[in-house]
Write a protein that binds this ligand. Structure first.
Ligand code: GDP
Ligand code: CA
Length: 327
């Protein structure tokens, strides 16, 4: 049994940790299911000469037990000596938090990339330490970076790196457009396409539909593979009662003209029978009354993942809807 999931950072990572826990508690064939995760790399950024992959690291640290739980990203028990020294040298940027433990990950990754390893192989090597219990694949070995087009002080259109807009500006300037630099030339890896084609079930966790899952879908061939796979595709809404649970997904959705609602996101992904992605869709109990796209089987249930147990229940519900749709 093969489960393939697409993921961004926090929402996806918590869901995947729940999925692992849910599978461990099962006593049927699915308890031994292999999970392959296709991670968003369009949030990646080079800082101080180091390649930082925030979403891959959030997934790796969460599943490997190294995450700062309350914050949802970064390492637990972190210290910031290196950042303080860089600030003393007045070397920018000072708006992206990198702790000492986290720095080590980026140093190892950058060293391996410079030695010619692919990001897929580097990620596997980092995961040898963290043992996430699933295979973590970057969406592509080619660099893709999301940039956000905003209006500058002089009224002109300016593009800034997604992290600068998200972290430094807290998405305060309205996004006019997202540009996924490199996406048009980027190729999905053979591992990514095989994971989609060979899946028994495909899950879309509650990740940001625009800059996490949406960025993965920008890579040529991934959307087509999803639309063509024999596996049912089940998604989980990141929006509850018209609001994102964490983060500023509403600022991303409005930029692409999608309503911030469970139905808006489902409509954005589209029904597979109408050329979209979804066969099934989980919404929060408070969103039960809003109909999803025709042809998508919609169920409601609690969608908050405050505890690992809640995440396991949610992942179990997504899997059971998928199994029902497999018939
Ligand atoms: P990021 O890369 O760290 O921004 O993380 P993701 O793209 O994986 O997830 C961000 C999305 O997860 C946001 O749109 C949130 O609304 C959603 N999210 C976070 N926590 C929860 C939760 O407990 N339940 C649900 N349903 N969605 C969540
Ligand atoms: Ca992210």
């Amino acid at each position: 049994m093969q489960i393939t999931a697409l993921t961004g950072g926090i929402g996806g990572a918590r869901f995947l940790r729940g999925l692992r826990e849910h599978l461990q508690a099962r006593s049927d064939d699915w308890s031994g299911a292999e999970i392959t995760v296709i991670g968003n790399t369009a949030d990646d950024i080079t800082l101080f000469g180091l390649r930082v992959c925030p979403d891959l690291d959030t997934v790796m640290y969460t599943l490997g037990g190294g995450i700062h739980e309350e914050q949802g990203w970064g390492r637990a028990d972190e210290t910031f000596s290196v950042s303080a020294e860089l600030a003393a040298y007045e070397v920018p940027p000072d708006w992206f938090t990198l702790g000492d433990r986290d720095f080590a990950t980026h140093i190892v990754r950058t060293q391996m990339l410079r030695a010619g390893w692919s990001l897929t192989d580097v990620t596997a090597a980092l995961c040898d330490r963290w043992r996430p219990g699933m295979r973590l694949l970057p969406m592509s070995d080619d660099p893709v970076e999301t940039h956000v087009v905003v209006t500058g002080d002089d009224g002109s259109r300016q593009a800034v790196h997604f992290q600068e807009w998200w972290v430094r500006e807290q998405a305060r300037r309205p996004a006019l457009e997202f540009v996924f630099l490199g996406a048009a030339e980027a190729q999905p890896t053979a591992d990514v396409l095989d994971a989609i084609r060979g899946a028994d079930v495909v899950l879309l966790p509650p990740s940001n539909p625009v800059v996490s899952i949406g960025a993965i879908l920008q890579v040529d061939g991934i959307g087509d593979a999803l639309r063509a796979t024999a596996a049912p595709v089940v998604g989980v809404s990141p929006i509850i009662g018209g609001k994102p649970v964490r983060g500023m997904a509403d600022a991303c959705l409005s930029a692409i003209g999608v309503e911030t609602s469970a139905a808006g996101v489902a409509g954005h992904y589209g029904a597979r029978i109408a050329g979209g992605l979804l066969d099934g869709w989980l919404v929060a109990d408070e969103d039960t009354s809003i109909a999803g796209p025709p042809g998508v089987v919609q169920r409601s249930r609690p969608l908050l993942m405050t505890t690992p147990g809640e995440a396991a229940d949610l992942a179990g519900a997504a899997l059971s809807l998928a199994l029902e749709l497999r018939g």
